[in-house]
Design a protein around this ligand. Structure first.
Ligand SMILES: Nc1nc2c(ncn2[C@@H]2O[C@H](COP(=O)(O)OP(=O)(O)OP(=O)(O)O)[C@@H](O)[C@H]2O)c(=O)[nH]1
Ligand SMILES: [Mg+2]
Length: 165
C-alpha cells in the first residue's frame, strides 16, 4: 500500500522555502525572489526501503502571521521542515517562535531543521550556534543550499524514512 504524507515548510520570508521545494521537485533554482502567497503544493514519490512514499509538499508563505492564521495550512501535517537562513539573524531567532507554536498545535509531526544558504561562506560561523541550540529539538538537522543543491534531497529522504521506522 502506498503511504501518503503531508510535509510543510515553516519559517520566515526569504529563507528559501520555495527554492528548497523547487530543488527537490525538479532540481531547479532561481536567483530571483517571488514571495509565495498562501501555499503552493506539489507531489513527489520517494522509494525508501522498497516502499513508495508519496510526499505532498506544502510550500507555505513565510512569516509569523501565517502560522497563526485561521487558514491552518499546517493542520494534519505529518512532517515539518523548519527553515532558517544563515545570513539572516532574524530568521534564526524567530525559530523559537515557530517551534513554540508547533509544540502545542502540531506536536505529533516529525520535525527537521534546515539551515539554508550555506553557500554564503561569510556566515558559516552561525551554523554551529544554531546546531548547539537546537540539537535536542529535532529528529534531524540539515545544512542546505538550495542554490548549489546541497543537503536538500538528503533531508527529504530522511523525512520519508522517518515515516517507516
Ligand atoms: N545564496 C542562496 N540564495 C538562496 C538560497 N535559497 C534561496 N535563495 C534566494 O533567496 C531568495 C528567497 O528565496 P525563496 O525560496 O523565494 O524564499 P521563501 O522562503 O520561499 O520566501 P517566502 O515565499 O516569502 O516565504 C531568492 O532570491 C532565492 O534565490 C540558497 O541556498 N543560497
Ligand atoms: Mg516561498
Amino acid at each position: 500500500m502506498k503511504i501518503s504524507k503531508k510535509i510543510c515548510l515553516v519559517g520566515d520570508e526569504t529563507v528559501g522555502k520555495t527554492s528548497i521545494s523547487n530543488r527537490f521537485s525538479d532540481n531547479s533554482f532561481s536567483e530571483s525572489y517571488k514571495a509565495t502567497i498562501g501555499v503552493k503544493l506539489f507531489q513527489k514519490t520517494l522509494n525508501v526501503n522498497s516502499r513508495d512514499i508519496s510526499l505532498i509538499v506544502w510550500d507555505i508563505q513565510g512569516g509569523k502571521e501565517i502560522i497563526s492564521s485561521p487558514q491552518q495550512y499546517y493542520r494534519s501535517a505529518h512532517g515539518l521542515f523548519f527553515v532558517c537562513d544563515i545570513s539572516n539573524e532574524a530568521s534564526i531567532s524567530n525559530l523559537d517562535f515557530y517551534i513554540d507554536i508547533v509544540k502545542t498545535k502540531y506536536h505529533s509531526a516529525k520535525k527537521f531543521l534546515l539551515i539554508n544558504k550555506i553557500d554564503l561562506k561569510d556566515y558559516l560561523h552561525n551554523i554551529e550556534i544554531i546546531e548547539k541550540k537546537y540539537s535536542n529539538l529535532f529528529s534531524g538537522i540539515f545544512k542546505t543550499s538550495a542554490k548549489e543543491g546541497i543537503g536538500v534531497q538528503e533531508a527529504f529522504i530522511k523525512m520519508a524514512e522517518s515515516f517507516i521506522e
